[in-house]
Design a binder for this molecule. Structure first.
Ligand code: FSO
Ligand code: SF4
Length: 540
């Protein structure tokens, strides 16, 4: 075995990637990511000790977010950059130690970790502290990994909010508390279940501050039709989730003749007044992340990745792919300090497509404000029997053939039902013509995975209007998962007591049969079956 990683839905053979990641992660990158986590357990412990004495430091708080986010699937594949994080971590650890006070003999070994001199040696250190060495009891290990992946996902959301100037003390404090707890040699199942639930709860707050960050800076999303394809002329296609990167690029490209297109999870950007006001935000290109190698091939545009999900760029377009923020792929040009002049220059050099090639249109922008503005109409439609059921069909997309389930599911939903969708999983259904119910579109794109808070608010408002619990609403959740952001959203939904969630396309490899039983017994989680069977059960 050259490596072991099972943190995402692509884990080889449904067990784990052992020679190279299905995502393209090398054994070196995998080991260095494990080493970052090992180091973070020490930093988290010290920061947690410091917080008990009301001491904290922004550098430490920020490093924890960025380092965890760098280990999320499809973010950083570059061993050099990962090793740099470990080296920086030593300085950060010293800062945290300074806050925590005099070293105590019972502090865990992770607080004293020193990286080796070379990357090869660091890889050896990482390989020794990976998942399989975590805990001999598989169920304990499963719950510990669930917590770690929840933290990774939450770090992504917290980092997005941080970049936009929004933070919350409870969020930082929980990262440290949970990382500190991961040092414990013999945690009980109950302790770990409680920490996982708290992770979900704190993530709701994280998503709330992210929502606040987005809506205060860019306004509330409004429903909008977006053209898909490219117009003639120089083009930059922006992927990932970071709206601030997109805004900076739009500002810098103003007046240059370069048009900007969204890709994948950036589609909902068009709904924000503060971004739509830029006339050169020209449309959307392509579908979900796993199709990028096919869709980018031979397209004369520059591509910019602001967050996950990046895939190995093919030689036919690698010269035009740029990364920014925490994204890294060895050999690609990385943009520092949000100076996008090189990306703009590349787009000009390539020239773009010679003729307009618009292929269709997509609707987006049904954030909580837009939906709640028509809440009266929706409630009336339910009371009059015009809307019988709501489905939330969303989450991440991915490469597995089983993901056609989500397209078929949406196609088969009865005409008197409404489908809310979000995240890149929407590309399985957002091309469908689903019509409307008395002017209310049957398919509503709530936004990115980053906007899960909007969906939570919509469900909460419906429950309030009908004076019932969310679990009593005519609402079914059918989620697709891929990486750790989806893990933490699932923890959030469970922490809110939401039951009966259907999950696919396959169940996480890191969940053991006992832990799955626990989730089934307590939360009635169900694996997806066939669209017909599931629909019949939900509507029955
Ligand atoms: Fe998708 Fe990738 Fe948004 Fe994920 S682009 S898979 S859950 O990073 O974050 O939905
Ligand atoms: Fe495999 Fe997913 Fe880990 Fe990549 S992130 S190595 S695909 S389990």
């Amino acid at each position: 075995m050259d490596m072991f990683c099972f943190q995402c839905e692509q884990a080889a053979k449904g067990v784990g990637c052992e020679t190279v990641g299905v995502c393209g992660k090398t054994p070196d990158a995998a080991a260095l990511q494990d080493l970052i986590v090992h180091q973070l357990k020490g930093i988290g412990f010290l920061a947690h000790e410091a917080r008990k004495q009301d001491k904290c430091n922004e550098n430490v708080d920020k490093f924890v977010l960025e380092a965890l986010f760098s280990t999320v699937t499809n973010v950083n594949f570059d061993a050099e950059r990962l090793a740099d994080i470990v080296r920086t971590g030593v300085k950060v650890r010293e800062e945290a130690k300074g806050l925590a006070g005099k070293e105590k003999p019972d502090w865990p070994e992770t607080t004293r970790f020193e990286p080796a001199a070379t990357i090869d040696e660091m890889v050896g250190q990482g390989a020794a502290v990976g998942v399989l060495s975590d805990h001999e009891n598989e169920d304990i290990r499963s719950l510990r990994q669930l917590l770690l992946y929840g933290l990774k996902g939450m770090a992504a959301y917290a980092d997005h909010a941080y970049i936009l100037g929004k933070t919350d003390e409870t969020v930082f404090a929980f990262f440290h508390e949970a990382l500190a707890a991961l040092n414990k040699a013999d945690p009980t199942v109950d302790e770990l279940v409680a920490l996982n639930m708290k992770c979900g709860e704190v993530n709701v707050r994280t998503m709330e501050i992210l929502d606040e960050a987005h809506t205060t800076r860019f306004g509330h999303p409004e429903p909008v039709k977006v053209k898909t394809g490219l117009l003639a002329g120089p083009a930059i296609v922006v992927s990932g989730h970071d709206l601030l990167d997109l805004e900076q690029l739009l500002k810098q490209a103003e007046g240059t003749g370069v048009k900007i297109y969204t890709h994948g999870e950036m589609l909902p950007a068009h709904g924000y007044p503060g971004l739509r006001k830029y006339g050169h935000l020209a449309g959307h290109f392509g579908t979900a992340w796993q199709n990028q190698q096919k869709e980018f091939e031979n397209v004369p545009a520059a591509f910019l990745f602001t967050t996950n999900c990046i895939q190995r760029p093919r030689s036919t377009y690698e010269d035009r792919v740029f990364t920014t923020g925490l994204v890294a792929w060895p050999g690609l040009t990385h943009i520092q300090g949000q100076d996008y002049s090189a990306v703009i220059a590349k787009a000009k050099e390539l020239g773009g497509v010679p003729q307009d090639s618009i292929v269709g249109e997509l609707m987006t922008g049904f954030g909580r404000n837009a939906v709640l503005n028509v809440a009266d109409k929706v409630v009336e439609a339910v009371k009059a029997g015009a809307i019988k059921h709501f489905f939330l069909v969303g989450g991440c997309d991915g490469a597995k053939p089983g993901r056609n389930y989500y397209t078929e599911f949406a196609e088969k939903t009865p005409k008197d039902t409404v489908v809310l969708t979000l995240a890149c999983g929407k590309f399985r259904l957002n091309h469908l013509e689903m019509g409307d119910i008395g002017g209310i579109p049957r398919l509503l794109d709530v936004g990115q995975c980053n906007d899960a808070y909007s969906a939570i608010k919509i469900a909460g408002a419906l429950a309030e209007a009908f004076d019932c619990d969310v679990n009593e609403l005519p609402l079914s959740l059918v989620l697709s998962w891929y990486e750790q952001k989806a893990v933490v959203i699932l923890l959030s939904l469970l922490s809110m007591g939401i039951k009966g969630i259907r999950l696919g396309p396959s169940l996480p490899a890191f969940i053991t049969p006992n832990i799955l039983n626990f989730l089934v017994e307590n939360f009635d989680i169900k694996p997806i079956k066939s669209p017909e069977e599931d629909l019949a059960a939900m509507l029955g």
